[in-house]
Design a protein. Sequence first.
Length: 173
Amino acid sequence: MTDTLLMSRIRAGDEDALAALHDRYASVVYSVALRVLGETTQAEDILQEIFLQLWREPQRFDSSRGSLGAWLAVIARHRAIDQLRRRRPESDVEDVVISVDADLEQTTDRNLAIAKVRAALERLPAEQRRPLEMAFFQGLTHAEIASKTGDPLGTVKTRIRSALISLRKALAA
């Protein structure tokens, strides 16, 4: 499901849509907050605050200004910096902000790419997704997958190839 559709459902009060967005972007928000703060508890607090705010005020997100993942990452960064300012002298915060800015874009892009791949994998039919996951995540050979699933070797190869083609198309979009 797209971010736009999930945000529409959140505006209508759908808690499952919020859970889906949380699953999709929690790692991005948490990693940004953790990188700035260096403390897991405070990063978790920021994660919770941001998704609570998203639930209470979904209209604050404007899809014409950028992607939801990037918007959440920026909010996480700002909240984390605000928290740093409350606990550290100003000069320390400036040093951290400069170092975080350099890595934030790269980390956010990587986390968004991971989320996009996960979403594309979830959209694959189970008959394609299962052998692909067995090959890439479990490290099984095509023959081992065929043996485990009871499918002919040619079928396993075809399904993996079809899954890769589908993923390539989904990720190019």
